[in-house]
Design a protein around this ligand. Structure first.
Ligand SMILES: [Fe+2]
Length: 202
């Protein structure tokens, strides 16, 4: 069962991302992913119990539920990261900054690269701890269930779907990406980095 996490960030203090956008994004869209994750989980359970599980790849109830499951659950996890890392002063700090500088030479280069990745994605641009690489990596995905890397833990998940910014900046996604960086909570990002980097796989 997924439980809706309340919004920790005070939407009134965000700069360049309006309360209206955050309320719709959290209260309707993120909540929708939580509700649908639970609905799908219940339906999968009922299907298993019915003894009528049919594994047809052209169409089957199981296939439909399984497709929806990854979209909904990734939608929950990525949005929870997104809302958790907003609400800060946007000033980079912590060991995570040194790890970023090690890979991308400077924070400015990272911001520039990550912003370009955000312009190139149709869904999400993500800074993740890759458990196999044992370092930070940047990955994009066009939809929650299309492009994710197994073995990577999101640290900074930037939602670039239009619903994240269209009310505030219209079609100007670059302005939204700048606002996203201006509102980052680097203490939370550091906390996530410290937790994630404990995990290594061979
Ligand atoms: Fe979103």
């Amino acid at each position: 069962m997924k439980t809706l996490k309340s919004l920790k960030v005070n939407a009134d203090i965000l700069r360049g991302i309006s309360r209206k956008t955050v309320e719709i994004h959290h209260g309707k869209l993120y909540a929708g992913y939580v509700n649908k994750s639970n609905e799908i989980s219940e339906k999968l359970g009922a299907l298993r119990k019915s003894g009528k599980v049919e594994g047809n790849q052209i169409y089957s109830e199981l296939r439909g539920l399984k497709l929806g499951e990854t979209f909904a659950v990734n939608g929950v996890y990525l949005h929870e990261n997104y809302f958790a890392i907003l609400g800060g002063d946007g000033v980079p700090r912590g060991e995570v900054v040194r790890a970023i500088e090690e890979k991308w030479r400077s924070m400015d280069e990272f911001k520039s690269y990550f912003s370009a990745c955000g312009m190139a994605a149709r869904g999400w641009a993500i800074l993740a701890w890759d458990m196999y690489e044992k370092r930070l990596m940047q990955y994009n995905c066009d939809a929650q269930n299309h492009g994710g890397i197994w073995g990577a833990i999101p640290i900074i998940a930037m939602d670039v779907y239009e619903h994240s910014y269209f009310i505030d900046t219209g079609s100007d996604r670059a302005a939204y990406i700048k606002a996203f960086f201006d509102n980052l909570n680097w203490d939370k990002i550091e906390e996530l980095y410290q937790k994630a980097k404990k995990y290594e796989l061979d």
